[in-house]
Design a protein around this ligand. Sequence first.
Ligand code: ADP
Ligand code: FBP
Ligand code: MG
Length: 356
Amino acid sequence: MTRRIGILTGGGDCPGLNAVIRAVAKSLMRQCGAEVVGIEDGFAGLMEASPRVRPLAWEAVSGILMRGGTILGTSNRANPLQDEATTARVLRHAQALQLEGLVVIGGDGTMALAHGLAQRGLRVVGVPKTIDNDIPGCERSFGFDTAVATVTEAIERLQTTAESHGRVMIVETMGRWAGWIALEAGLAGAADVILLPEIAFDVEAVAAVCRARAQRRRHTLVCIGEGARPAGGEPAVQAVHADRPEPLRLGGVAHVLAAALQPRVPVEVRATVLGHVQRGGSPTPFDRVLATQYGNEAAQLVMAGAWGRMVTLQQGRLSSVALADAAHGNRQVPLDHPLLRAARQIGVSLGEPAAG
Ligand SMILES: Nc1ncnc2c1ncn2[C@@H]1O[C@H](COP(=O)(O)OP(=O)(O)O)[C@@H](O)[C@H]1O
Ligand SMILES: O=P(O)(O)OC[C@H]1O[C@](O)(COP(=O)(O)O)[C@@H](O)[C@@H]1O
Ligand SMILES: [Mg+2]
């Protein structure tokens, strides 16, 4: 009998999702002649009265390698575990569609849902997705390199306008709980100050950098991760969605910092919040390759019957972890990370108060 495998993408999108879909589908079709079925809009497509699915034939996954977003659509609200009836319907649909198993591509929230369904008997293989690059046990997620490239380009553009006006220019990146995007793009874009969620910043220390540079008629570029907060303060919250497991929408810390800096510096301060532009567009070649590897590896797990596992990348090698152990907490920048040391040693301020 022909094997039928489903694929869905859940949670926030990121560049490279289509590359994963393509690699999963092509590997399964070529290696074991499987039929591949796409579920629309994440778990939402299995929760409704009639499932929303479409066959993913070879042609359907050809030509999508370089496309941003996800051809299947996604949802960051759908919760198949919301009540017993919904869970039962999802399991019934999976059975009626004759799915041998499901490849679930998503972040911590989606993996928690996949694990819950696996405990109820659904055969699942997970593929980790996070633009923030912060899933524990997974040292590089696809989409991150693209985000860093996008932010780096934005910083370069902001450098020339800041220079022309002699301003302090603050650019805010994504990175709710982890500062990987701000750190790597800040370094790549030659930021003078890099502020991360992992290191509470001292406004006066940042102001001192700006003043010293202004005295030399130099502009200042500050790159700040959205989850960064001042010492003794809280992260900037844009909205609270009480109905969601992760209720806080962060954003706006660049404006908070601009307001705090302005009275302390002799030049104008401007803030730019990059937002979802960082998650859009075509994946970089690096992310296309990484996503292809993740997708291919997920297909190997499916064919080996290694259900209940999530693909990971550890010390440069693909492997897998139990879904039960996957996606708990956030992989933050360790305080002894070599990039932090390099930043300090080349004179980039991390917003720490001057020693002594
Ligand atoms: N800790 C959790 N336990 C169970 N479900 C969760 C959890 N966090 C999020 N979810 C659900 O998972 C889905 C996707 O979560 P979200 O955090 O938006 O995306 P991601 O998969 O990228 O982490 C949402 O439907 C949300 O309700
Ligand atoms: O798309 P939304 O719901 O506004 O979410 C934005 C948030 O998602 C993120 O992009 C995280 O996405 P990931 O789950 O891919 O890591 C944060 O950086 C940002 O705060
Ligand atoms: Mg999440």
